[in-house]
Design a binder for this molecule. Sequence first.
Ligand code: PLP
Length: 435
Amino acid sequence: MTAVSPTATSSRLFERAATVIPGGVNSPVRAFGSVGGSPIFMASANGPYLVDVDGKEYVDLICSWGPMILGHRHPAVLEAVRGAMDHGTSFGTPTQGEIALAEEIVSRVEPVEKVRLVSSGTEATMSAVRLARGFTGRNKVVKFAGCYHGHVDALLASAGSGLVTLGLPDTPGVTGAQTSDTIVLPYNDLAAVERTFAEHGGEIACVITEAAPGNMGAVPPLPGFNAGLKEIAHRHGALYISDEVMTGFRASRAGWFGRDGVAPDLLTFGKVMGGGFPAAAFGGRADVMDMLAPLGPVYQAGTLSGNPVATAAGLATLQQCTDEVYTRLTRAADTIGAEVSKALSEAGVAHRLQYSGTMFSVFFSEQEVVDFDGVKASESFRYTAFFHSMLEQGVYLPPSPFEAWFVSASHDERAVDRIVSALPAAARAAAGARA
Ligand SMILES: *Cc1c(COP(=O)(O)O)cnc(C)c1O
């Protein structure tokens, strides 16, 4: 007699999904491609927990990749959403809620004088780069290997091994023309930035960076890196764009800016500020933002931009993000990280625990990881074994070694205890993994 798999329904659904949805998923990382196995279909969630279609409960350590900073089904957010829905779901006209959300963002993040709402982080970064090009009248964009800014054509370029690599497309469908003005540099390497600006300074519209990267795992900026970027960019008449789609309203009340105090010309937001709905934004200096249509010549638009339901969810979420919430996030992230590190040390697994604010990740590496080459050099095969052991024990980690872990303010002692009790077996699995 064979036991019925505890995830049998998920496996069946994945097969069904794959016949009508490419790869069975609507965003690639969900497919478990880098850890193997069949993705788990979730049916519901509450606080720090997810429940799958087979009824199994997991402690959630991705929090929808950031948005669920208060935990799932926070009563204030649900109430705001229901209230908004009762008045209608989309009008294609300005609404009061958009002003309230914009005011909340402007009041939290000092360098944001004006802000425009969009529907995804991808749209935010795409629009910010277009605006920087329109404002400066220049074409080139500097980005960093391992930094993800959504699936914007011009930003889907990564580095080869040279110090200055003219961007080559990462994916079919993006043409060389679309990335030919993209310059990809190694992260945390100010000398490379300095050399690039010395050569191309007059053609560079902007440098865009994740405020504190979380999309290659957590690889925070070295002290002075962001300040150096801004200084070099400004010396050459270029804009400094900080992508805070992940760190915004998560690293602190004012995101990563609230930690490093380096005022960007433009910032992008998403994830947390949508409260689990499609809402994102870009904002910054008023003189730059006023170049946007209808005031200025740089076109940008969106049928569902500032959608009343998404806006209500985002505003309610930000209003709940009090100092106490950030204290709880920090405590949960510190405690869980320390326990992971302890379990791995006890199992004899070399690793580095790294934080980008309250996001963190574990690299199976002896050295500190400061750039994408370091990420790629880590023993990521150990993560597969670690991930599946945790999953089996009811802890849902990012299904990729190169994604950050996210906690919420609802990760209480009980949730943390469940993680801690799963760690020793997972650490032993990581120790025993073979490449
Ligand atoms: C998630 C993310 C994006 C893209 O946002 P989407 O809403 O997925 O389009 C852009 N930049 C960063 C730093 C992100 O983490």
